[in-house]
Design a protein around this ligand. Structure first.
Ligand code: AVI
Length: 321
């Protein structure tokens, strides 16, 4: 069979001024807050790939170790003829470990807004799996998906959401997203989701404050993006990255902090930043197994299987109705 690669674009993508509205709204709110999806332009996606290689960022290593150990079991649980729909597939490094073990997968459907990452991962995966139909969706996975018609009827649709991205949503949003996946997977489907586990504060904080400064560059790239795409005049050297673990809430809270009092142009708005004012840009939630089961239950889902890496740092969880 020849490789089938589709690129389905999102015809409902919001108009360009929607970005300006999102940013202005976030900067008018008190305290200031911008959504973490703004990190992922092509430059931000490339920086995130570098974060994953930092020695302190244990999440990727742990998830890869987990897959190396358990991909066979996971494939048995998913069964033959599954269609794998991957949310926020990025460069899809981990997916290969899973696809290698799946029996006769019907299609891989990567859903990713960053077009360069989508193109590269598609090319790479087509080389590894020349027989595998690849149906790329260049859309925002948080919105209702229109899945492409599969090349043959799958036995089940599995939504694959690795890498702890679920942790970037607060509890209400995460439950909403799981509920949306529940609809998309159908009655017989499942969700295979990565969830980072609660652990020692020092380990978690180090992961979000790497010594090479890649996470800081990733965080501040959000401002560079706004300068480029919206003509803002953020002075990158006048802001810094701050990531601290809030143990009560069980999450890393990442802020961009203003080094001094300053004004920034955002469209027709002049935004005042006070000295040391902190703008929230990301949550990275950490879960106990009980926390995650409770979250799944809110979305009408039950945890069927949990796999962890040998050090117990990270989990992959299989949810069904
Ligand atoms: C994509 N997401 C799971 C990462 C995380 O760990 O929350 C994003 C990230 N932010 C800073 N470092 C990594």
């Amino acid at each position: 069979m020849s490789v089938q690669a589709y690129l389905v674009r999102d015809e409902q993508r919001p108009p360009d001024n929607a970005l300006l509205q999102v940013v202005q709204r976030g900067l008018r709110s008190q305290p200031k807050r911008l959504p973490s999806w703004l990190f992922y332009d092509d430059q931000g996606s490339a920086l995130f790939e570098q974060i994953c290689e930092q020695p302190e960022y244990y999440l990727t290593r742990a998830e890869i170790a987990l897959l190396k150990e358990h991909a066979g079991d996971i494939a048995d649980v998913l069964g033959p003829d599954a269609r794998l729909v991957e949310y926020g597939s990025g460069h899809a490094i981990k997916t290969r470990l899973l696809l290698e073990r799946l029996e006769a997968p019907v299609a891989w459907v990567p859903v990713e807004l960053a077009s360069e990452a989508l193109r590269l991962s598609g090319e790479r995966m087509a080389q590894y799996f020349p027989e595998l139909p690849i149906q790329q969706l260049s859309v925002d996975f948080t919105r209702p998906l229109r899945l492409p018609v599969p090349p043959r009827a799958p036995r089940r649709t599995v939504i694959y959401f690795p890498g702890s991205t679920i942790g970037n949503f607060d509890e209400r949003e995460a439950a909403q997203l799981l509920r949306k996946m529940r609809g998309e997977m159908g009655d017989n489907g499942g969700i295979l989701v990565g969830a980072d586990l609660k652990k020692d504060r020092a380990i978690i904080e180090a992961a979000y404050n790497d010594r090479a400064g890649i996470t800081e560059a990733f965080t501040l790239n959000m401002l560079a993006r706004l300068n480029r795409e919206l003509g803002c005049n953020f002075e990158l050297g006048a802001f810094r990255h701050r990531a601290r673990y809030n143990a009560m809430a069980g999450r890393i809270e990442t802020h961009i902090v203003s080094e001094r009092e300053q004004r920034v142009r955002v469209g027709r708005l002049q935004v005042l930043f006070r000295e040391d004012e902190a703008m929230l840009v990301e949550y990275s939630c950490k879960y106990s197994l009980e926390d995650f089961a409770a979250l799944a239950a809110i979305a009408g889902l039950a945890v069927q299987h949990v796999w962890t890496d040998p050090e117990g740092l990270f989990s992959l969880q299989y949810l069904t109705r």
